[in-house]
Design a protein around this ligand. Structure first.
Ligand SMILES: [Zn+2]
Ligand SMILES: [Zn+2]
Length: 166
């Protein structure tokens, strides 16, 4: 797939070919149809976040798209479903998650920080049961409407929300 990567903090990003991701057990691969650029991406690029520790690194954590492939054990989601996901990918099983506090999951991951991000053709979402959010039909992925943040349109407790970083 194509991906925007950088080889080190504050290095110029470049568009390269990398291996296609495969869906993990319980997770999915999303074909990215739209992705935002956030100040947190800039902080990550500048080296302000210790969650970024390996290179080349694919940034990007605010995205929407279509499920391209589904991992083992995923129930209720299938290829072609239109989805987004919160910035924090929660585990769904730790005490914080069981209490409904996914944003402070003790085993959380973030695309574009601890995981490869969405500045690519495809991005992995872990634990689909916890982290995927279905997009309403009113969100038109083909029109690429960036003016109204997705969080204002997604009628779910698991809204993407604002990025918590800065
Ligand atoms: Zn958790
Ligand atoms: Zn953000």
């Amino acid at each position: 797939m194509r991906a925007v990567v950088y080889q080190g903090f504050a290095e110029p990003p470049s568009l390269v070919e990398v291996a296609d991701p495969v869906p993990p057990a319980g997770g999915v691969v999303v074909r990215v149809e739209a992705t935002g650029l956030c100040r947190s991406d800039w902080h990550g690029w500048q080296g302000h976040d210790s969650d970024i520790s390996t290179f080349p690194h694919i940034p990007g954590h605010e995205f929407a798209g279509v499920i391209a492939s589904v991992g083992a054990g995923v129930i209720g989601w299938q290829e072609g479903d239109r989805v987004t996901a919160p910035f924090v990918f929660a585990c769904g099983a730790c005490p914080e998650c069981v209490a409904g506090d996914h944003q402070v999951c003790r085993r959380q991951q973030q695309p574009g920080f601890s995981l490869p991000g969405s500045f690519a053709d495809y991005v992995v979402v872990t634990d689909a049961a916890t982290n995927l959010v279905a997009l309403p039909l009113a969100v038109d992925l083909d029109r690429r409407q960036p003016r109204l943040p997705l969080r204002h349109r997604v009628p779910s407790r698991r809204r993407p929300g604002t990025c918590r970083r800065r």
